[in-house]
Design a protein around this ligand. Structure first.
Ligand SMILES: [Zn+2]
Length: 406
């Protein structure tokens, strides 16, 4: 299933040096491409999935935090839960998350890195393509934003050669950053050619803080952060004022938009990651999927962290885009399977600047695959994929099998 073109019955891929060289019917490829043959039997071969938003280091908080009444209460409880963690807890949790991604056919992930000290270790230890976005907050920090960004750029440089994937910057959210930091990140990221991701308009509390200078988040933060940038418009308008909205930005959540926000995001070329299970956990208002799509925003899906994923009775939640697709379909039952599939493949790849390399099976793309051992039995292949549950039969990254249950 190439995703960007119709499924190929009895299809084959030619792979060398970790790159897909040809895609087509087996009867055509077998004569043109000599070499070792891997017969995968009956099933669906598709591109490895691309996760648009994740916090791998929160994996061990799965099911630990009950859904809060107020979004701000959740932030306080996660800060408390992590306060006793050290290097080994963070690194162990991160790697456990990466293992779950691999088992669920996810080969690329946009990950928010709140603990840069573990990165050299964990990036070297994973087989996945991790786009590590270094988190910046610092509302209480007395250090100037230039220094905070400078630190992040130095860390980014040191990590460049470690592991697959890339490094970017993530100012945490409009409410948890000062506006001078947002401005600085926008400028330096553009200069350095780094991609940026940020939580944007996630909660009503955040929206009320920026649009109306009121609500629980405004009250909580007014003694911790300058508030002159509030009362001037929505969180999206706030970020545009400081120059962050451009094609380099992957915004996350976007649950609470004001009048022209969707059109503004589209005109700036911003991509948006939606995290259906996390969205349901916080009981946000309906995600404006149609509005964003019709405005021309590139939308993809992410798992977010397991700290904001509700556990089914007797089960620990897992990082799986199949589960996210299920949650999404509960709210948006009329989205066709072909469109759903794009949310976790090509759209997410485009959001990371990996268009043509990840999320599709075409010559020149990375040989990143997920294999489902399921028969279509009359159903269309796309439908089989978007209703799949559980682990995949095999995962390949860069031409190497990285997951095959025994
Ligand atoms: Zn997040």
């Amino acid at each position: 299933m190439p995703v960007v073109s119709p499924p190929i019955e009895d299809g084959a891929l030619a792979i060398s040096d970790g790159i897909i060289r040809a895609v087509g019917p087996w009867r055509e490829l077998r004569n043109e491409w000599p070499g070792t043959i891997d017969d995968l039997g009956e099933g669906i071969v598709m591109p490895g999935l691309v996760n648009g938003h994740c916090h791998l280091d929160y994996t061990d908080l799965a099911g630990e935090l009950a859904p809060p009444r107020e979004f701000t209460d959740w932030i306080k409880s996660i800060l408390a839960a992590r306060s006793s963690w050290g290097f080994s807890e963070y690194a162990g949790s991160w790697l456990k998350g990466a293992d779950q991604l691999r088992r669920h056919g996810i080969t690329s992930v946009a990950n928010i890195e709140s603990t840069p000290e573990i990165l050299a270790h964990v990036r070297a230890a994973t087989v996945l393509r991790v786009f590590s976005f270094l988190e910046l907050t610092g509302i209480r920090s007395v250090r100037p934003s230039g220094e905070l960004v400078g630190d992040a750029l130095r860390i980014a440089e040191g990590l460049e050669m470690i592991g697959r994937g890339a490094i970017g910057l993530s100012p945490h959210a409009p409410y948890s950053t000062r506006s001078d930091l947002v401005e600085r990140v926008a400028r330096e990221a553009r200069q350095e050619g780094l991609r940026v991701t940020m939580h944007v308009a996630e909660s009503l509390a955040e929206f009320d803080m920026f649009a109306f200078r009121r609500g629980p988040m405004f009250d909580w933060l007014k003694s911790q952060r300058p508030m002159e940038d509030c009362g001037l418009g929505s969180p999206v308008v706030h970020l545009d004022r400081y120059g962050l909205l451009d094609a380099n930005l992957l915004a996350v959540h976007g649950n609470y938009l004001w009048r022209d926000d969707a059109r503004l995001l589209a005109s700036r070329g911003v991509s948006m990651a939606h995290c259906p299970q996390s969205h349901a956990y916080f009981r946000h208002q309906r995600f404006p999927y149609r509005e964003l799509l019709e405005s021309g925003v590139n939308v993809c899906l992410g798992t977010d962290s397991l700290a904001s994923t509700r556990a089914a009775p007797g089960k620990r939640p897992q990082l799986s885009l199949f589960d996210e697709l299920h949650a999404f379909q509960m709210v948006e039952p009329n989205v066709p399977p072909k469109e759903l599939l794009r949310l976790v493949t090509v759209n997410a790849a485009r959001a990371l600047g990996w268009r043509g390399r990840a999320g599709q099976l075409t010559p020149g793309a990375w040989a990143d695959l997920a294999v489902l051992q399921e028969k279509s039995s009359g159903r269309r292949a796309e439908e089989v994929v978007v209703t799949h549950r559980g682990e995949v039969a095999a995962t390949m990254v860069g031409g190497d099998w990285v997951w095959q249950p025994s």
